[in-house]
Design a protein around this ligand. Structure first.
Ligand SMILES: Nc1nc2c(ncn2[C@@H]2O[C@H](COP(=O)(O)OP(=O)(O)OP(=O)(O)O)[C@@H](O)[C@H]2O)c(=O)[nH]1
Length: 434
């Protein structure tokens, strides 16, 4: 149902308008001066404003100017009502952005037709506004809209609002998803990830996609403890929720940085808070990934929530046993001794679950010797436990290391890391390692 606000100082006109418009099924709000009209627009979703030119206090022209100066309200169509034939005023109103004008006493049939016209404009404008605010792929708020809504929450709620938290959320090793499954599959993962994000947070949290594989949540009225808990709930949900890629399911993980502020006031620098959350996200990526990181509450250690292993994993073989491992190949290497093979897998887990972090460090510090040792060892043990995909990927990186082809290290390593995470998580799950 459309809501029409009628602003006129003549009570009889207001009554008549209410009667005619309600009969057509519109919801009608009434204001007797410009100030009350603007207040009513602030507090309601007004679709059309019928605005008298001459009112005591704030005139129709002044009210129109203020409305057009408020970005979120500037697109509400305004139909001026005028008993005068002051053509200059009517022209002025139209030039200030009024959609139409109607002379009083009005003819109901004509006024209703003009309102229907204005409603068509309103619908088109709302559609365009929504398109401009929405991320085309995930249908979440885009970056601009996320920031605008968060600022609005600060400025609207500031009198009552004590706390606010912002989380920056990034999918781990997303490039490897694209590389291994294709860009289209990457898009499907982004959509499902976004859906999970919108489902997990509260309705009044503001959720947006702020970069390629980067998302953000603004949580009004939340203290740090609750914000970190909410993010942890989401991080675990991601870890446990299969992303459906047609015949295949893959699992991804996510890293999260959370920044909080207390005693939020009008004009609070939201950008600063986003930057702080971004910094924690960066630290989370450096630390291990699949982790939520936030600043310490007064006098306490940094808040880190983490599961022991990263869990970027694909589980298409899950029901068959250890993910990413050809069990029969590994088993045959120990002459079919099942218990011994499981012990070896446990040793593989103990010795190599941090290899991803170590190799990344070696790349970052250009430590060729460590790189060579780590990759070569990983390649060898991957083969001996039957992790054949991991073996193939480590082999390619090993070649590049031997050739000193540094430019390709990071790309090849991302593939190794992705596969290593699958294998490590599979072993952890199958052997119930906590
Ligand atoms: N499919 C798809 N991929 C995207 C989109 N936007 C960005 N990407 C990809 O996201 C990847 C981001 O990779 P990186 O910034 O290297 O980060 P990452 O691989 O997620 O690794 P970490 O963040 O360090 O864990 C790039 O490969 C981009 O091409 C998109 O809309 N669709």
């Amino acid at each position: 149902m459309y809501t029409i606000l009628a602003a006129d100082d003549a009570k009889d006109t207001l009554m008549l308008l209410e009667f005619d418009l309600q009969a057509e099924g519109y919801q009608v709000l009434k204001a007797e001066d410009g100030e009350s009209a603007l207040a009513a627009i602030n507090n309601n979703n007004v679709d059309i404003l019928l605005l008298d030119l001459y009112m005591p206090g704030m005139s129709g022209i002044e009210t129109l100017k203020q409305l057009k100066a408020t970005p979120e309200q500037a697109n509400i169509p305004v139909i001026m009502l005028s008993a005068s034939d002051d053509e200059d005023k009517i022209v002025e109103a139209l030039e200030l952005g009024a959609h139409d004008y109607v002379t009083k006493p009005y003819i109901a049939k004509v006024l209703l037709a003009r309102i229907r016209n204005a409603i068509r404009l309103r619908e088109k404008t709302l559609t365009l506004e929504n398109l401009a605010k929405t991320d085309f792929l995930t249908k979440l708020n885009n970056k601009g809209s996320f920031e605008q809504l968060s600022l609005k929450a600060i400025n609207q709620g500031s009198r009552a609002m004590n706390n606010m938290a912002v989380a920056m959320i990034d999918i781990d090793h997303f490039k490897a998803v694209n590389d291994n499954y294709g860009h289209e599959a990457g898009d499907i993962v982004l959509k499902q990830f976004a859906q999970l994000l919108a489902q997990t947070f509260r309705d009044y949290d503001i959720v947006g996609r702020v970069g390629g594989e980067e998302f953000a949540v603004c949580m009004p009225e939340v203290n740090q403890h609750d914000a970190v808990n909410a993010c942890e709930r989401f991080r675990k949900a991601v870890e446990q929720t299969p992303m459906e890629l047609g015949n295949e399911q893959i699992f991804v993980t996510t890293s999260i940085g959370v920044a909080c502020a207390q005693h939020i006031e009008v004009g609070y620098d939201f950008n600063q808070m986003m930057q702080a959350a971004d910094k924690f996200l960066y630290d989370a990526k450096q630390l291990s990934r699949n982790v939520t990181l936030s600043h310490p509450p007064e006098g306490q250690e940094e808040i880190v929530q983490q599961t022991p292993a990263q869990t970027t994993t694909v589980n298409e073989n899950h029901e068959k046993g250890f993910v990413g491992i050809d069990y029969q190949v590994g088993l045959s290497n120990v002459l079919g001794d099942d218990d011994l093979f499981k012990e070896i897998l446990k040793m593989f887990f103990d010795d190599h679950h941090q290899d991803g972090v170590k190799i990344q460090q070696a790349i970052d510090t250009d430590d060729q010797a460590s790189m060579k040792h780590l990759v070569h060892t990983l390649k060898g043990v991957a083969c001996s436990v039957g992790a054949m995909q991991l073996f193939e990927r480590a082999k390619q990186l090993d070649f590049a290391v031997n050739d000193g082809d540094k430019e390709s290290y990071q790309g090849l390593f991302d593939n190794v890391s992705f596969e290593l995470n699958r294998v490590i998580t599979g072993i952890k799950t199958e052997l119930n390692i906590v």
